[in-house]
Design a binder for this molecule. Structure first.
Ligand code: ZN
Length: 312
């Protein structure tokens, strides 16, 4: 791999076979000495390297949805590199950054938003929503299972020399093949629809028990709303959704000195929409708790999922 610098007549990085040119003003002048600063140079390099597969080997047809095969997949690759480098407990701020970027993108949309399968010109969909949805999907079905499906896709569609060239529907078949029936709702809502959660932790109370453990009482809301491309509500599916509930100690540091969350309890539950309560017994003093605390789901307000715990 060669990474090379070009003068700042333009600001971007782009992947060519084995060669990624970066603008002088992008990456080369970054200061990443504070481990908690977003090392966009690392993130973008991982993304550009991922294009060696997604775009250079699997080259999509020139049809609607095609850019997801390169940009969403490159974004997924860079997310997985970050997860391995920093650990899943340090991923919340990246997920939140991508989620907020997607929300800003759709808020500023001047025409209409398209779905992940059908989108042809909205960068906030193919980068921000796409990468974010893929992170949640690998978290649900297992990174290995999803990567096996993509390995099959690569074997089938890589270096294809005759049409029909791969499109987003073919890509989706492989994603579908890695997804168990219980989670089909998630891929349908994420790829074929525009679906946003409104998960919110309202109250976290704990009580010390005689045996040294703590009883934690969580009160939270969960909502899931579907929209058309103009942002009009089209439905509120009332089925239960698989959503993570987490109870945390105070934040720690990973081996890079980066802030990471320290879960005492982390488990996915089938949660029906509406306000509800849950009681969980934990071994350590709880400091904060959340519903979808790592911001793995597309959620209209990313800040209210995780709140401090208070003694009852
Ligand atoms: Zn790219």
């Amino acid at each position: 791999m060669r990474i090379l610098e070009f003068p700042r007549y333009a600001t971007f990085a782009q992947s060519f076979p084995n060669t990624v040119p970066y603008a002088e003003s992008f990456g080369w002048v970054g200061d990443f000495s504070n481990p908690d600063d977003f090392d966009y140079s690392f993130f973008v390099t991982a993304h550009e390297v991922a294009h060696q597969w997604w775009a250079h080997q699997v080259t999509p047809s020139n049809t609607r949805g095609a850019n997801q095969l390169s940009e969403t997949m490159a974004q997924y690759g860079s997310f997985m590199v970050m997860k391995k480098e920093y650990g899943p407990e340090a991923m919340q701020k990246f997920l939140k950054y991508e989620l907020d970027s997607y929300l800003r993108g759709r808020a500023g949309e001047s025409k209409f938003e398209k779905t992940l399968l059908d989108n042809d010109n909205q960068a906030y969909v193919w980068y921000r929503k796409g990468g974010h949805v893929m992170y949640a999907l690998q978290d649900y079905v297992g990174e290995d299972s999803l990567n096996r499906a993509f390995s099959d896709f690569l074997a089938d569609a890589g270096f294809r020399s005759e049409p029909p060239f791969p499109n987003s529907l073919e890509w989706y078949e492989y994603i579908d093949s890695a997804t168990p029936d219980s989670l089909k709702y998630f891929i349908e809502e994420s790829f074929k629809n525009i679906t946003l959660y409104e998960n919110r932790m309202r109250e976290v109370k704990y009580e010390a028990l005689d045996n040294g453990k703590y009883k934690v009482k969580l009160t939270f809301d969960s909502k899931k709303i579907q929209y058309d491309g103009n942002g009009n509500e089209t439905g509120r599916p009332d089925r239960a959704n698989l959503i993570e509930i987490g109870i945390f100690d105070k934040d720690g540091k990973n081996d890079k000195g980066m802030t990471k969350m320290d879960p005492i309890y982390l488990q996915k539950h089938w949660i029906k929409p509406g306000q509800q309560e849950m009681e969980i017994i934990v071994d350590k003093l709880p400091v904060k708790a959340g519903i979808d605390p790592y911001n793995k789901l597309i959620d209209r307000i990313s800040d209210d999922n995780l709140i401090p715990a208070e003694e009852e």
